[in-house]
Design a protein around this ligand. Structure first.
Ligand code: SAM
Length: 397
């Protein structure tokens, strides 16, 4: 007998094929579970480094090699913070143009999608053009666009003598960080549906008028307008409101159509089921999607001591930045504080100096990173050990 529906893969596909439900009620339902596997010894296939063990603290781990060799050994991510190739020749292996960027990212995006859970979020740093080039790859692999954050580095970032003879465009002082979540899809006898479609579809199946959703949620008219609408005013109900909708639908809906709003086809979704699909968001008042912060300088900026850091630094002096792409810790703190809770797992596939992991450790989150270049990995580990010592309450490294 064919086993249907239900939660399929990490994007939380759901079925409510009721006839099949009745037939299969006694069968167990396959669900994606988070596996905290003990990591086997890894074979490092990276050409840049000689094979090495990961370097690990109690809350973090840095893999010295290609992230593609590491993903399958990492625990399921709550957030993935990607700061990889920009197509500007910015570090060894970064293509010199954006032409090959989609191919560069494809295997990474495929892996992230396979290892993510329904509530995982992705934060994709790049130039505007780099992101635009990779966006279709992300969509194809089940990531849903949420918003673009613009890093406005300010006029101080305009280098050299910029005038209309030298450039014929406005000077670029931005990078972007684009926020994605997993696209939720629900299988129904009428085909796959988005969460927006499914909420209305299930309510209509109950035979109740749409405006009874307001009574269900204890509001004047907001539930119909926000949760059952198909226009741009729609949003995913918070778990408490979803719980009310589910309870009402199953109590007052047509008996022969039950269960309504079921993720596994046998029982109605619970508060915690819904919370797990929806993911974490901790709001900070006053932070918008424009982050106006000058490029890193001063104490936070790692200096090179004459070590070449990237193709664009030809004669690095003692004060040259060791890594041109080092991100402000404040940005990583904002992302991690908003999208995770303590104990959650942060992935930083393209570590560099591992700014995301440093912020994760500060905030009591766990983190896994990879870095191809030995020297950067060494410095990242040095940073992580230092931050672990400064935050003994959140880390025992
Ligand atoms: C843009 S930088 C990241 C900088 C980082 N966000 C920081 O704040 O320090 C990208 C880094 O990814 C590394 N890298 C590129 N491809 C990689 C891969 N496949 N696996 C692991 N690291 C990679 C590069 O060596 C480079 O240091």
């Amino acid at each position: 007998m064919r086993r249907l529906p239900f939660v399929q893969s990490e994007i939380g596909q759901v079925s409510s094929n009721l006839n099949t439900l009745k037939k299969n009620a006694s069968e167990s339902i396959p669900k994606k579970t988070i596996q905290w596997k003990k990591r086997p010894q890894q074979e490092n296939t990276c050409q840049t480094n000689s094979p090495k063990e990961d370097t690990r603290g109690s809350m973090w781990s840095v893999f010295r090699g290609d992230a593609l060799d590491a993903y399958s050994h990492w625990p399921t991510p709550s957030v993935i913070i990607s700061d990889g190739a920009y197509g500007v020749g910015g570090f060894p292996g970064d293509p010199r143009t954006t032409n090959d960027l989609a191919d560069w990212y494809e295997p990474h995006v495929e892996s992230w999608s396979r290892h993510a859970q329904a509530a995982s979020t992705l934060w994709f740093w790049n130039t505007e053009l780099g992101w635009a080039t990779v966006h279709p790859v992300l969509i194809r692999h089940g990531w849903e666009y949420v918003q673009t954050i613009v890093w406005d580095k300010g006029v101080a970032h305009i280098a050299g003598n910029v005038n209309s003879d030298t450039i014929r465009q406005f000077p670029v002082v931005t990078e972007v960080c684009v926020f994605y979540r997993r696209r939720l899809e629900f299988n129904t006898p009428s085909g796959a549906m988005s969460a927006k479609q499914w909420l209305r579809y299930e309510w209509q199946r109950t035979g109740l008028p749409l405006n009874r959703a307001n009574a269900a949620c204890g509001v004047a008219n907001a539930a119909t307008r926000k949760y059952l609408t198909q226009d741009w005013l729609w949003y995913l109900p918070p778990p408490e409101m979803m719980q009310r909708l589910v309870a009402y639908a199953n109590e007052h809906g047509r008996p022969d159509g039950r269960p309504y709003y079921s993720l596994d086809g046998t029982v109605p979704a619970t508060l915690s089921d819904w919370a797990q699909l929806r993911g974490t968001w901790s709001h900070s008042h006053g932070i918008t999607n424009v982050w106006s912060v000058p490029p890193l300088n001063g104490g936070e900026r790692y200096k090179g001591n004459g070590v070449r850091s990237a193709p664009r630094v030809h004669r690095p002096g003692r004060n040259a930045a060791v890594h041109l792409n080092q991100k402000p810790l404040e940005f990583m703190r904002r992302i991690i504080s908003a999208a995770t809770v303590p104990g959650d797992m942060v992935w930083e596939p393209f570590g560099g100096l591992c700014s995301a992991l440093v912020a994760a450790v500060e905030l009591g989150r766990d983190g896994y990173a990879a870095e191809l270049v030995e020297h950067f990995a060494d410095l990242a580990v040095e940073r992580l050990k230092a931050v672990s010592e400064q935050h003994p309450l959140t880390s025992n490294a």
